[in-house]
Ligand binder design. Sequence first.
Ligand code: NDP
Length: 592
Amino acid sequence: MLPFQVTNSPFNEEQVELLNRLLPTLTSAQKLWLSGYLAATEMIGVTAQQEAPVSKEVTVLYGSQTGNAQKLAEKVGETLKNRGFHVTVSSMLDFKPNELKKIDTLLIVVSTYGEGEPPDNALSFYEFLHSKRAPKLDHLRFSVLALGDTSYEHFCKTGKDFDKRLEELGGKRLYERVDCDVDYEESATKWLDGVLNELNKQGSFSVVATPSTQVQPTALYSRKHPFQAEVLENINLNGRGSNKETRHIELSLEGSGLVFEPGDALGVFPKNDPELVDLIIQEMKWNLDTSVSVEGKEEPLKEVLLSRLEITVLTEQLLQSLASFSRSPDFHALLSAEQEEKRKEYIKGRDVLDVLREFGPWEMTPEQFVSSLRKLQPRFYSIASSLAAYPEEVHITVGAVRYEAHGRLRKGVCSTFCAERLHIGDKLPVFIHHNPNFKLPKDANTPIIMIGPGTGVAPFRSFLQEREAIGAKGKSWLFFGDQHFVTDFLYQTEWQAWLKNGVLTKMDVAFSRDTDKKVYVQHRMIEQSKQLFRWLQDGAVVYVCGDKQRMARDVHETLIHIIAQEGNMTREQAEAYIADMQQQKRYQRDVY
Ligand code: NDP
């Protein structure tokens, strides 16, 4: 090998001397290693230089009630960071609206809750943006990912509202809004890919090639791959003569690796009622054993209707997709734009069998029928146990839903499956749904106030098990209510034991049907308003779980009333006090 010279190489005198001293001493293997090493590191350097995107700020805001939108927003943030963007991910509650003027790229991930309402942690931002105080946003590029459920009338309303409002304020849509149904992964991935594409196009950034932007859960067992949990216990918590049937179900998580915290929920995949399935098949005069294909898999029709598809929930989409198979003029009239109100009314409390019975004759094959139905969705139950108290187990509290409507007994799919057809030793497909918005305070000395009538009491059993297991010193106060003391005092002996050993400091109960006058949890709260306000002033965290339509609203009103009265505040000041509590995560709700 010729010695290096300044004239025949790119090196300076000193480098030439060093190289000429080093190279003759190297073995062939060392030379080979060094050349490979230099080539590889040089390539890495070049790649990094060529492909690193120009730095760019993106703000991702989420509004999330049960944690799905939050999880997605975090995933979006992570993906963007991996691609070189500077990302801030924040809940709408923690975001200062004044910052809006300073940012130029905004991504919103938001769910819709209840009857088209924003989630609790999106409310103040939503109101600000829709108020006169909202700034002009001509400088802003934005895109909205809306989460929702097509079986609700106001599907994805909050996302749609944000999308519309940001445009009204002058924002430019970076990428079209995507509205996701309950199975949101695929649509969310499509949205994120679209957003990334636009960010790269519009900002002329280069994309660092990473394998995929898939928005997917990473745990071994998940919604897509539920764990088959063995049923250890399934008992009715209500006494004889009760109007209610509330099941306490214990499941084994042994070997699953699944973990959860108090406040999380359990996703459960139920099976439909076999009687209802038989009635559908009889109505259509189909053969039970006919084979149909769902997601590329051939299965008997009966099995598909039992375990794979939703047959109780009617949606606008479902009615429209059944339209081409019905020759009923009434059905077509119902589907017209003029009858929108009547249609919405029809959808309430009716199911697929009602449609099949009322709007024949049908010209529809089993295959066409099943392809109109949407996938059977899991149902969620607040977890009623703590891993600290029951390692490798999960307990839930399930109220069986049965009611008469339009001349037929209707049954809640999962709750009556659990009550009527789930036995000890059976396997139930489950997964954990983490809920970051319903969590015990990090500081175990913080006082907590828990308001949970009916099945709403479930997570508080988990809270107290946890607090007992970790020896928490914080005070705790439980408000529980149900119809009758004798038959409906769910987990009575457990609360009493905790009162006795001090894990539970105080308990107030409201049995609504034991006296002439209705007594609800909020009446008990008012009776104790002085003390309750003192607890709030001492920093207590308030948790509300259970019925969203009436109880949660009334309890909210009651809290405002108590704060105004005991704190000598106007209604506006009391509302601001609650908003402040919310901001500090001191008012958390898990309502359904
Ligand atoms: P409920 O909430 O129906 O009843 C518990 C207690 O709350 C009863 O004493 C009831 O009194 C009382 N109550 C009624 N109205 C109010 C109010 N405005 N403020 C305070 N208390 C009130 O208990 P459940 O466990 O049966 O159900 C809890 C919630 O869960 C309900 O909303 C139910 O519809 C819902 N649910 C949802 C399911 C689902 O699949 N999504 C499944 C099961 C239940 P009274 O009845 O005497 O008026």
